[in-house]
Write a protein that binds this ligand. Sequence first.
Ligand code: IPE
Ligand code: IPE
Ligand code: MG
Length: 249
Amino acid sequence: MTTQHSELQYLPADLQQELLPQHVAVIMDGNGRWAKRQGLPRIMGHKRGVDTLKDLLRCCKDWGIKALTAYAFSTENWKRPQEEVEFLMGLFQRVLRQELREMVEENVQIQFVGNLKALPTALQAEISRSMETTKNNQSIKFTVATNYGGRQEILQACRAIAQKVQAGVLKPEEISEELFESHLYTAGIADPDLLIRTSGEMRLSNFLLWQMAYGEIYITDTLWPDFDRKEFHRALCAYQQRERRFGKI
Ligand code: IPE
Ligand code: IPE
Ligand code: MG
C-alpha cells in the first residue's frame, strides 16, 4: 500500500458513520477496456487495477469500514488466453509478497476465498503465509476471492454436508441457514451490505450468490483502474440513500 495524501483522507462530511456499510464487496471489472483505451496491452490494466485496490483498502480503513472483499479471479476466468492467466497468477503472487509487510504494519487481516488448491503452488504458499501472518490483525478484514465461483462454493458446501449426513453425524432436519453458511468459503464473514461493480456490467458473474441475497448493488460505468476515492464516495452516498427493507414494508 502506498501512502497517498488524498483530499479524501478522512470520512467526507456528507457521509454518516452509522449509515456506512460494514462490509463492502467489489467486482473489479474493466481493466482490459481501460488498457485498450490507453492503447496499452490488457495486462497494464491489471497492474493499474492493483493500485486502485490498494487505495480502496486504505480508504476503507481511513473511513472506518471494517470489511472489504474483492473479486480477483473467477472460476470462469481460466477460459482467458493462457498468457493473461499466467500474468495474473504471477501478479497476485508478487503483489502479495511485496505488500505483506505493510499489511502487517497496517493491522490488516487478509484472507482468501475460492478453490485455492487449484492455484499454482507458489501462489498457494504466498497465500498461506499471508493468511497465517495476519490472522490476528484487527483493523480491517480484507478478503480476496481467487478462483472463486459462487455455484462451486455452494456445491462444495452441499457435498461436505451430505458427507456428514451419510456418516450419521448430522440429521437432514439440522441443516439450517446458519449450518449451511458455516460450510461456505466465507464462513465467519458477515454478508456484504454493498456490492460495487465497475465498468457498467449489470451481472453478478458468479460472485457471492448466497451472500448477496439482500446486499445492495451499485453499478458504475467507471472502469476499475479509474475507481478512486471520489467514485467510492459517490457509491457510499448512493448507499446511504437506500432503504433496506428486507421484505418488510
Ligand atoms: C477485471 O477486468 C479483472 C479480472 C477479471 C481479472 P477485465 O480483465 O475483465 O477487464 P474487461 O472487462 O475485459 O475490460
Ligand atoms: C468478473 O469479471 C470476475 C472478476 C472481476 C474477477 P469478468 O470480466 O470475468 O466477468 P464477465 O465475464 O464479464 O461476466
Ligand atoms: Mg471483465
